[in-house]
Ligand binder design. Structure first.
Ligand code: NAD
Length: 495
């Protein structure tokens, strides 16, 4: 077998090998085989990344660039993503197992983050404050934070890089991207475009390696101002605690166990499609997965029949094929974790109406595939209804009325998203208020936009990405006081 290529890291505008000299394998989840050796960065690599990003932050080439000029650079990067979409998509499919069709859509959309935040860069205005003190002029400036570390999970690497990078750069920060150890390749491919767009050296850096090694060194480094983390709740809690030691600003986008709630007055065919996309799109590996399907008792059996019939049409197999609907699980540990939950479901005694096992269809080959799985008869207190599985596994829970739907819907530690299917405008508006979730979709599911705030209630996170408020997560406010008086008063005389 030909020797696998070894990836480099991008630090201070240079492609460098890890100082540790170590590498680990990155796998193709469709074949189950390794295809790339990824640099295993360590503390020294984290240190030189921070040094490069700090130097770039103070470099007049970046510091003195006007917000309008920053916006131009971001828009250029957006254009380059469009021009290189196919190459980026192929890397992501190979390394992550995402469907090519999904990547095609994502990469048509991703440039919008750079256009939107590029446009916002020169629209962040300070204010002149009508202060009560005579002969005094006060105003505010909104300034960047400094070196920001973007920690990315494996499930949607390129899109989640954009959620963080676009507002951070628009605000004038410098950024170190730390992709997941399972899916580093697309960030490395992407940063070539940052280089091509003409960002000064060190403004964007990519270090690869494990969370506990290079990641930990980044989040505890005294010269890092902010950590923007997306990932699991356990890691998120740890990152928050470690970053707090040096009082860094932290934003967290964590997991979910989102309720997708179907009322008997809904358009059933639409709701079936919404339930399917809520759990089987991206093989259920999305933080907003509608993994708890709450169905009103009066339509429960009819709905489940239609749901199972539709889900059975899902084709599995090669993620590059346009016909494939459900791809592999991205990582082997995640594959084992999902299979573990299928075991938990068996022990909890629920009724399996679809799937319930690993996929052995010939088209799945040696890949890490799990059959689309639907359980009925689930109680909300069960582990499969409380814990994030992050796979194509749906728990169906019946409910009687609105109050019970809200009670069950909110009865988890998470609060990322929720869906409501109803024809009643009163119900849609009133229940949207009562659901503890950062996003509520009515008669639709799983939509996101660069222009709408996204984030979690409760243990699903801190802070918001996307939309105008996202840029504030990467800025701090300075108040400037000016005296217009001819004379400084005598400090011993109180006025
Ligand atoms: P993970 O928490 O294992 O890893 C996420 C990232 O954190 C990786 O880059 C990892 O290397 C890094 N990391 C782990 N420990 C670290 C440490 N001590 N210091 C610094 N970095 C560390 O998560 P994952 O398995 O890659 O991703 C899946 C999880 O991400 C799911 O729980 C999912 O819900 C969540 N997610 C949330 C959102 C959201 O926007 N809310 C979006 C996508 C995924």
């Amino acid at each position: 077998m030909a020797e696998m290529s070894k990836s480099k890291m991008f630090l201070g505008g240079e492609w460098v090998t890890p100082l540790t000299g170590d590498y680990f394998e990155s796998h193709n989840p469709y074949t189950g085989k390794p295809w790339l050796m990824v640099g295993r960065g360590g503390e020294e690599d984290a240190n030189r990344a921070v040094e490069a990003a700090k130097k770039a932050f103070h470099n007049p080439e970046w510091r003195d660039l006007t917000p309008t000029a920053r916006g131009h650079l971001l828009r250029k990067l957006g254009d380059l993503i469009t021009e290189n979409a196919e190459a980026l998509a192929k890397v992501e499919v190979r390394d992550n197992g995402k469907l090519f069709a999904e990547m095609h859509l994502q990469l048509r959309y991703a440039p919008q983050w750079y256009y939107y935040f590029g446009g916002l860069a020169d629209k962040i205005e300070g204010s002149v404050i009508p202060i009560e003190k005579p002969e005094t002029f006060t105003y505010t400036l909104h300034e960047p934070l400094g070196v920001c570390v973007a920690i990315i999970p494996w499930n949607s690497p390129l899109l989640l890089v954009s959620f963080k990078l676009a507002p951070a750069l628009a605000a004038g920060n410098t950024v170190i991207i730390k992709p997941s150890e399972f899916t580093s390749a697309s960030a490395l491919e992407f940063v070539k475009l940052v280089e091509k767009a003409g960002f000064p050296k060190g403004v964007v850096n990519v270090v690869t390696g494990y969370g506990k090694e290079v990641g930990e060194a980044l989040i505890t480094h005294p010269d890092v101002a902010k950590v923007a983390f997306t990932g699991g709740s356990a890691s998120g809690r740890h990152v928050y605690a470690r970053a707090a030691e040096s009082l860094k600003k932290v934003s967290l986008e964590l997991g979910g166990k989102s309720p997708n709630i179907v009322f008997d007055d809904c358009n059933i065919d639409n709701a079936v499609k919404g339930a399917i996309s809520g759990i089987f799109a991206a093989t259920g590996q999305t933080c907003v997965a509608g993994s708890r399907l709450l169905i009103q008792e009066s339509i429960h059996d009819e709905f489940v029949d239609k749901l199972v019939t539709f889900a059975k049409t899902a084709k599995m197999g090669d993620p590059m094929s346009e016909d494939t609907h459900v791809g592999p699980v991205t990582t082997y540990p995640q594959f084992e974790k999902v299979l573990g939950y299928l075991e938990v479901a068996r022990e909890e005694g629920v009724n399996c109406v679809l799937g319930g096992d690993k996929a052995t269809r010939p088209e799945c080959g040696e890949g890490w595939f799990v059959e689309p799985t639907i359980y009925t008869n689930v109680q909300n207190s069960m582990r499969i209804a409380q814990e994030e599985i992050f796979g194509p596994v749906l728990s169906v829970i019946p409910f009687k009325d609105e109050d019970e739907a809200i009670e069950i819907g909110n009865d988890v530690v998470f609060g990322l998203a929720a869906g409501i299917w109803t024809q009643s405008i009163r119900r849609a508006i009133e229940l949207s208020k009562r659901l503890q979730a950062g996003t509520v979709w009515v008669n639709m599911y799983r939509a996101i936009s660069y222009s709408t705030p996204f984030g979690g209630y409760k243990q699903s996170g801190l802070g918001r990405e996307n939309g105008q408020e996202a840029i504030r997560e990467y800025m701090q406010t300075k108040t400037v006081w000016l005296s217009t008086s001819e004379e400084v008063p005598n400090p011993f005389v109180m006025r």
